[in-house]
Design a protein around this ligand. Structure first.
Ligand code: ADP
Length: 477
């Protein structure tokens, strides 16, 4: 019970309203009991009565023997209790002799005073006192209407019952209904988007990936936003998985079909001996090599994805590494009749995996040679630039159309028709692996190209000052 957010909200609002009403009720009750207004009115009455008595005593010069009678009459007509004390503060007259006696404190000497005093029963009275010319003390008193005794007043009870209580209850009911409406609105404001998220999450198991509109409180909107991002990522990752499987199947199918065809021909005797057999075996070997390269590249990428690639980081001289890479590819360039040149400045020491970096630059120069027509050129330029080694591989090949540039580093992405007929057709994974390796070295890789004129692949690798041993050691860890 009351476990849902909506029910809890209702309950909370109901409790808050109840609490406010109770506090308000208690406040009003306390105010009524301690009502200073009633006290002030009563004291005013006493003052006025005393003033009348003082005037009449002064004007009419009442005879002492008529004095007691006069006071009784005044008490009766003004409905005020009058007590006369002598100078010893013994009671000479009390207009209400049956009421509990009031003992006047003998140290009270001010000629005229007012305040509160308790009778022998503990009941509180308001008084106004006057020390008369002959030092007798005249005290006018009225029972104090405040305090719990006020509740005994039938008038007050009637007022409470007929005026206050219905108005109070009506206000309470209105407040309660408003709270219920507000809680309902608040509840649906918060819970509807949450229910949308819940429903959308359930739909995922049915293969439906739906976006959720951003509504409700900021926190819930942030949750919905995060959910939408997650959905996008899941969808993209599923799509890339599907593409991946389709690409791998496609890449494997072509060499497999060749291998199947030629091995079948060898088995059923279509190719028996001599050059035909050698050619068939050669094709089978080439296609098997291609499949091997594909599997090796896939395993490499899988290890990068899983973060299990361990780079063998060492301080290395990039200029030596680049020279070595270019030297190794000179025969290939010569075969393709492409002029391969190297322009490398002395570079500061880098920290990195020599084999992996060699793999990157070999792949880039190899690509450049493959995509450059005869009599073209491939140039490697390396410069030191603000804490970076900047290496450019420039070719005069056909270039890459602008709309393909963004996707060139995607797995299996190949620009159709951009290559010459290749002895070893690529897997479309080379640039994706190169990007992973460069990024693992905190470097960048980018491409600029003008279709029909050539391409420039640019790699930057951070360098370390040779004498900065601390950083060097840190990087070696
Ligand atoms: P592959 O192993 O097929 O060469 P890569 O990932 O290395 O795959 O390259 C992806 C695609 O990028 C290539 O198929 C080619 O279309 C294009 N490409 C790469 N380098 C160049 C270049 N220097 N000039 C033109 N196109 C290039």
């Amino acid at each position: 019970m009351f476990t849902s957010l909506r029910a809890r909200l209702w309950l909370t609002y109901a409790i808050i309203i109840l609490l406010i009403l109770s506090i308000l009720g208690i406040g009003i009750f306390v105010y009524v009991i301690r009502n200073p207004l009633i006290d002030r009115q009563a004291l005013g009455r006493l003052d006025a009565a005393l003033a009348i008595i003082q005037r009449q005593i002064n004007e009419r010069s009442i005879l002492p023997r008529d004095f007691q009678q006069y006071l009784n009459r005044i008490s009766e007509s003004l409905d005020i209790r009058l007590i006369l004390f002598n100078s010893e503060r013994e009671t000479l007259l009390d207009s209400e002799p049956d009421s509990p006696a009031i003992i006047w404190p003998s140290d009270e000497i001010s000629p005229q005073a007012k305040g509160q005093i308790d009778d022998q029963d503990g009941k509180t009275w308001l008084y106004s006192s006057w020390v008369m010319p002959k030092r007798d003390l005249l005290v006018l008193i009225l029972p104090r209407q405040g305090g719990l005794q006020l509740l005994r007043s039938p008038q007050l009870r009637e007022t409470l019952r007929e005026d206050f209580l219905p108005a109070f209850l009506r206000a309470g009911l209105v407040a309660f209904l408003l709270a219920v409406v507000f809680a309902a609105w608040m509840g649906s404001w918060i819970t509807s988007p949450l229910q949308d998220i819940e429903q959308a999450s359930r739909n995922i198991s049915n293969g439906e990936y739906q976006q959720i509109p951003l509504q409700g409180p900021d926190e819930v909107q942030a949750l919905a936003g995060a959910y939408n991002e997650m959905i996008d990522q899941v969808r993209a990752s599923q799509q890339s998985q599907r593409d991946f499987v389709a690409n791998v199947s496609h890449e494997l199918k072509t060499p497999l079909t060749s291998i199947q065809g030629f091995s079948q021909a060898m088995l059923d005797g279509t190719v028996e001996s001599g050059p035909a057999l050698t050619k068939a075996a050669g094709i089978i070997k080439t296609e098997a090599d291609r499949m091997y390269r594909l599997v090796v590249d896939l395993l490499d990428l899988a290890r990068f994805d899983a973060g299990t690639v361990v780079l063998d980081r060492q301080a290395l001289d990039l200029s030596i590494l680049l020279t070595h890479v270019v030297n190794q590819l000179i025969p290939q360039a010569a075969e393709a009749r492409v002029k391969l040149s190297l322009d490398v400045d002395p570079l500061p020491t880098c920290v990195g995996d020599e084999d992996r970096l060699a793999q990157v630059f070999t792949n880039l120069v190899d690509n450049a040679i493959k995509h450059t027509p005869e009599n073209g050129f491939v140039k490697m330029i390396a410069r030191s630039d603000a804490g970076l080694a900047r290496i450019e591989i420039i070719d005069s090949g056909k270039g890459i159309p602008e709309d393909h540039l963004d996707r060139i580093f995607e797995r299996f992405y190949k620009v159709d028709g951009s290559r010459k007929k290749e002895a070893k057709p690529g897997t479309g994974l080379g640039l994706a692996i190169a990007q992973q390796i460069v990024q693992a070295h905190d470097g960048t890789i980018a491409v600029r190209s003008t279709f029909g004129e050539g391409s420039v692949f640019e790699v930057t690798i951070p360098v370390v000052k040779a004498d900065d041993q601390t950083i060097l050691m840190e990087k070696m860890d």
